[in-house]
Ligand binder design. Structure first.
Ligand code: ADP
Ligand code: MG
Length: 265
């Protein structure tokens, strides 16, 4: 990665795919940790009521009094009251838990409901180089809020047979948000995950993804390894849990690609 010539305001990245289990949360944590290793200040936003990102960083969501829900719904709530430090230097967390599921309903009657997260994040942008929003597996109002706040979208795609199913709907949603709410929004890239080089099937799916999305596919491919589920149990990123692993190297490579795409703008 290039030298750090300037700081903030943060680039906001939404990690998005309405399919569950494709590696959104794993990618948010590990891309964030790799960017932090490269000296960037990173804020991770857990925007899934399941709280998997919080759990993956060793936080018990059920014990939290204040979460991203309070930041969204309570005017005048100071972000500092919700922010948590993580064990990774330079990486902070806005945690979430099941409370956030109420926001989906309550936001419906809000004025400018799609830009609620954008307004909530605004005071924090000067403090970070990257904000990464881990979306829930749906294209509902919470995800639309994430896309409205974001500059870029990363779409993790599992190298499995039905990976491309649903991507057209996702692309359409991104385009609608672009047209109606957030003209700055760009697809930064498609990230192939859970790749198993030993199977013809995985290779075929990857080839089809590259055929369909061309330059929009990152060169980095995330292999399938049990190391990732292990990191969830450990409550830390793979970059610290297994610093010399293939998985850690892959997310460092992804971080370099994301930085390169930022510098190319
Ligand atoms: P999502 O957030 O899209 O639902 P997750 O990141 O939570 O997906 O991943 C789903 C499950 O797959 C988790 O148990 C996670 O540990 C595991 N996982 C994620 N990436 C990989 C990978 N590259 N190889 C093997 N397992 C993975
Ligand atoms: Mg998730």
């Amino acid at each position: 990665p290039g030298p750090l010539t300037e700081r903030g305001p943060a680039k906001i990245i939404a990690m998005c795919n309405q399919k569950g289990g494709v590696g959104k949360t794993t990618s948010a944590i590990n891309l964030g940790a790799a960017l932090a290793e490269y000296g960037r200040r990173v804020l991770l936003v857990d925007f899934d009521p399941q709280g998997a990102l919080s759990v993956g960083l060793g936080v018990n969501p059920m014990e939290l009094d204040l979460t991203v829900y309070n930041l969204l719904m309570e005017r005048g709530m100071a972000p500092d009251e919700v922010l948590l430090k993580t064990a990774v230097a330079g990486m902070d967390l806005l945690p979430s838990n099941i409370d956030l599921s109420a926001a989906e309903v309550q936001l419906v009657s809000e004025v400018a409901r799609e830009s609620t997260l954008q307004r909530a994040l605004q005071p924090l942008l000067g403090d970070y180089d990257f904000v990464i929003i881990d979306c829930q597996p749906s294209l509902g109002l919470l995800t639309v809020n994430a896309l409205t706040a974001a500059h870029k979208v990363i779409v993790p795609l599992e190298c499995e047979f039905f990976a491309l199913r649903g991507v057209a709907l996702l692309t359409e949603t991104i385009e609608k948000v672009q047209e109606r709410l957030n003209p700055e929004l760009r697809l930064d890239g498609i990230l192939a995950t859970m790749y198993d080089s030993r199977t013809v099937h995985s290779r075929e799916v990857l080839a089809r993804v590259v055929e369909a999305f061309d330059d929009n596919v990152y060169h980095t491919v995330i292999g399938r390894t049990v190391r990732f589920p292990e990191t969830t149990v450990a409550g830390e990123p793979i970059t610290t849990y297994a610093s010399n692993s293939v998985g850690a190297a892959a997310y460092r490579q992804l971080a370099r690609e994301v930085l390169a795409r930022c510098h190319a703008e």
